[in-house]
Write a protein that binds this ligand. Sequence first.
Ligand code: PMP
Length: 439
Amino acid sequence: MNMVKPNDLNAFWMPFTANRQFKSAPRMFVAADGMYYTTAEGREVLDGTAGLWCCNAGHKRPRIVEAVQAQVAELDYAPAFQMGHPKAFELANRLIGMAPDHMAHVFYTNSGSESVETALKLALAYHRAKGDGARTRLIGRERGYHGVNFGGISVGGIVNNRKVFGSLLTGVDHLPHTHLPDHNAFTRGQPEHGAHLADEIERIAALHGPETIAAVIVEPVAGSTGVLIPPKGYLERLRELCTKHGILLIFDEVITGFGRLGSAFAADHFDVKPDIMVTAKGLTNGVIPMGAVMVTPEIHDAFMHGPENLIELFHGYTYSGNPIAAAAGLATLETYREEGLFERAAELAPYWEDMLHGLKDCRHVIDIRNIGLIGAIELQPIAGQPTRRAFQAFLDAYDRGVLIRTTGDIIALSPPLIIEKAQIDRIGETLREVLTALD
Ligand code: PMP
């Protein structure tokens, strides 16, 4: 038997964490309410990141708390294989009601990563179901993040997330990322330059034959790799080329979904229609793990042939449509609607933009980017010690009572959509202090 004290920090191998650094100086949250976390020392920390881009309605929202409590007391679990419960259907209807018009069906998962795997598998199976089984290739993008499972890291374009795991999926190409700092630094909203980068699809199609390509997957706004906002015309061009070659277009809306850009989804914001939409995070306000993949009738109906009593798709999770997650999802969507949080995000976006770009003169800042209630401040890397300045900024901001995120040399921000203007000011003031104090 191992002798481990309950408060020992060693057993939990923390994800995406510098475990040794953390365990020498732990940062622990023990409570949360509205815009604030409370630390183990009893300090309040303003949430500048909505947890991990997920708590769009803020924390401890009464409607969601009550819905989860009531659901766990009424029906704690029900299988979704050959069985159902009403809330999973109700939530699917709500989602389709708020999604772009051409979306019609929802497949449930437990996370963004599982939603990505589901979307990629659906794309491959769809082409097969249509007798087009040669379409097996996938196209992702450099600096794309699509979760951490094998399909997701294969189409993803983050070197550190891929390189220690071997050869991954075969038959994957990557579009170039759209970050062009020489042309677009300090752009407010969508940059002018870079739509032509979508034309890389033509080169990949010519190389392998367009009839071998199943799908292109992109984040409409790349979040985890430092907030890369699509240049004007870029997503439209992707759509055009996918349609031209019979390739499915998948939007990974795990971050951009549920109001982050001031619309329900990025597909609405940019007015571009993907064939498959991948969501998670804000679906349940981060309270209970849940993801949802939305598809067009064409994709769904391609599977609905053959005898009625046979399973149409051999895919699913023990917790697909879990009752507690579904209850949390319904209460979350109701909170967004009742409080007009997507409209609120759109209204606050110019104020947010001004706060961010007001930091342009701070030391080490080489770029600032924003869209909706997302922002990024890119710092000059220190030769030989990339990421040091941003990590120092993260620790300092935490000590000063504001939670920010860093990715490489980039500070990323995505506050809950309930944020007040005074709290936006506070984030700006704290960042100014933090940036001024940096080496
Ligand atoms: N896709 C995108 C665009 C994401 O931002 C994330 C999470 N940051 C994921 C997928 C993976 O989601 P999860 O961590 O819930 O698996």
